[in-house]
Design a protein around this ligand. Structure first.
Ligand code: SAH
Length: 229
């Protein structure tokens, strides 16, 4: 079972989108499990202070290293378990990274305000991970992104695991276009090759479509695809 532990100042946001539909079913089937730790439970004063102003001046607040460390140290018994700190300065999250973490239990730390005291990142087994080149106000939505991506890779989550092997980013290609009923809709027909029943021909057509769309939209992936072909 894949276990993910999330450290957050806003535990009420969880399970959020992960508490319904396929995710909920997968939780019930014990394909994965989610533990939420409220960082605020690990403060040292009666006001439950988690943040303070930055040394050197500047706007915003910084989450204290001692408070977060206290929450991590009291909940992670296996010191080798990776801790991901969501941060716009981190390594970019992608499908390859998701596959890499799917087989180990992970901890996800969600920042807020202007982030966390740098000394925390230096003293714990933390990897900074970004979900893209934009700035969110908190790490929680990033945590949902990571968890969603990994959970659907777990064996038994998708009804038909084959749907994974042809997907976008597999072999550095974007997915080919897909169609369902009705066959004719708003004067548009489904491409006739898909109705031919000729599986080899369909396979060839789909690959061509994938290559074409990847070359036009994502030259960066296209280069990788050509190299790995
Ligand atoms: N002052 C910081 C930004 C803080 S944003 C800076 O300039 O780098 C507040 C929190 O939101 C961060 O601590 C982080 O946990 C989260 N966050 C913001 N953007 C993110 C991104 N692109 N990926 C992952 N987490 C992000």
């Amino acid at each position: 079972m894949w276990t993910v532990r999330v450290f957050t100042l806003y535990p009420e946001l969880f399970p959020g989108p992960l508490g319904s539909g396929l995710y909920k079913k997968a939780l019930e089937k014990k394909l994965w499990s989610l533990e939420i730790v409220n960082i605020r439970d690990y403060t040292n004063d009666k006001h439950k202070t988690v943040d303070d102003t930055p040394f050197g001046g500047g706007s915003g607040m910084i989450i204290r290293a001692d408070v977060i460390a206290n929450s991590l140290d009291n909940n992670i018994s296996n010191k080798k378990e990776p801790i991901i700190y969501l941060s716009p300065k981190g390594k970019k999250f992608d499908q390859t990274y998701a596959k890499k973490i799917k087989d180990k239990n992970i901890n996800i730390l969600c920042g807020h305000f202007e982030g966390v005291d740098e000394r925390l990142l230096q003293t714990r087994n933390i990897e900074e991970v970004s979900i893209g080149d934009f700035v969110l106000s908190g790490g929680e939505i990033g945590a949902f992104v990571i968890i969603d991506t990994v959970v659907r890779l777990i064996d038994g989550f998708l009804g038909n695991p084959e749907s994974l092997s042809e997907e976008t980013f597999e072999k550095y290609l974007l997915e080919y276009p897909q169609y369902t009923k009705p066959q004719k809709w708003e004067k548009k027909e489904v491409p006739s090759v898909l109705l031919s029943g000729d599986h080899a021909k369909i396979k060839r057509w789909r690959l061509e479509q994938s290559e074409d769309i990847t070359r036009r939209r994502r030259p960066d992936l296209w280069e990788k695809y050509k190299k790995n072909k």
